[in-house]
Write a protein of this length. Sequence first.
Length: 465
Amino acid sequence: MSQPKHSRLKVHNTLTRHLDDFEPIHPGRVNMFVCGPTVYDVSHIGHGKSYVAYDIIARYLRKKGYSVFFVLNITDIDDKIINRAKETKEDPLKLSERYAQAFYKDMNDLHVESINLYAKASDFIPEIIGQIQGLVDKGIGYKIAAGVYYDISKFPDYGKLSRQNLEQLTVHRVDPDPEKRNPGDFVLWKNQKPGEIAWNSPWGKGRPGWHIEDTAITLTYFGPTYDLHGGGTELIFPHHEAEIAQAEGLTGKKPLAKYWAHTGLLSIKGQEMHKSLGNFVPIQEAIQKVGVEALRVLYASTHYRSPLDYTEDALVQAASLARRFRRAYDQLQLAAGNKPGVRAESGNLKQQVYESRSEFFTAMDDDFNTPRALAAYIRIVGMAEEYAKSLEPETTSMLLETMKELAAILGLLETQSVPRQGFIELVSMLTGLRNELRAKREYAISDRIRHQMQKAGVTVEDEAK
Ligand SMILES: [Zn+2]
């Protein structure tokens, strides 16, 4: 089926604070960068919310026909990593590699499959040094004892993303380093402290600051400007502000990213999720508890820019919806093999499916409004549940196709505990067996089979005994 033509994608852009028409720099192509994790620990379901949101965005952009190049960075050198490595008496790069591997597994298990490339900061040291050198040559970067810093007074646009002016950014700051030209200047290259991991540079041994890794990576893959930059709302300042200053200060080309899309935080019973608060839920734990489909339904039920408060209730509700989607799809697939039903369903139902499908796309075009899209999807599932047994074959396949098509955008209906074909054969074998048992009036065994099938999400309805 073709996509509804009437609506166009709009994206809320942090840079303009507007709902902007989405028009990539190069027609048909989207270069997209999202801030990835600092790998010193396992990722929790709050991280999951953000990465699933960008996964849905990338899936949707591809669905709209764009060729998307999605890069996510991995911060594998950082104070937090160095401190953790000291505690565990491990090599910091070995520790970060271990958690990077855990992160890739998390993304894989969450069905975040739209990322084309994971870029690790430590693989870009020459590019990072090149960028800092460029800033030093322009008089924007300067060396002091602690390392190389960025002089924010040299970049008049500093503050444009977070909507702060230079004055706001420089007052009320306690700054221990009197060598800095402005209190708000941020570090590009940190000189080595005794015992720390370090790389050679024109300014002595040291390691990159956090902000510079992103711009070194994006300049390498995308050039000076690209389409979409993502990350949590908490990264707008100073991290993303600093990225803009580095890239635009160096290349003179702007904007670094045309659209800035930020995700809202996940809280747990109103509190931030943190190990020290004892409310930390690792991604793997949540997947084991309720399954990936339930988690993805939970994430999609909140708009990506909104905060999400994680409660048991919300999770149970999401899990029951995910099961409902799967059951409706399976029932419809089973019904597809049967002869057409007797109840007249007419062209009206097809029209209703088509309208809900249009509504799904309209919602996604409205700044990737997944809660609205999900509501449209639930309406389609409702039709499948109501009419599964009485549909014309053509309508059945249209419904199946639509359910699968839209689920693929949200990353649902992708878990298969048993290979699909095998599952269907198993269900029809059990159904046949039950019919034989019932013909022999072996109701106790046939009811046990039905009960077990229902537990596995397959509804069996019998005519009166
Ligand atoms: Zn970043």
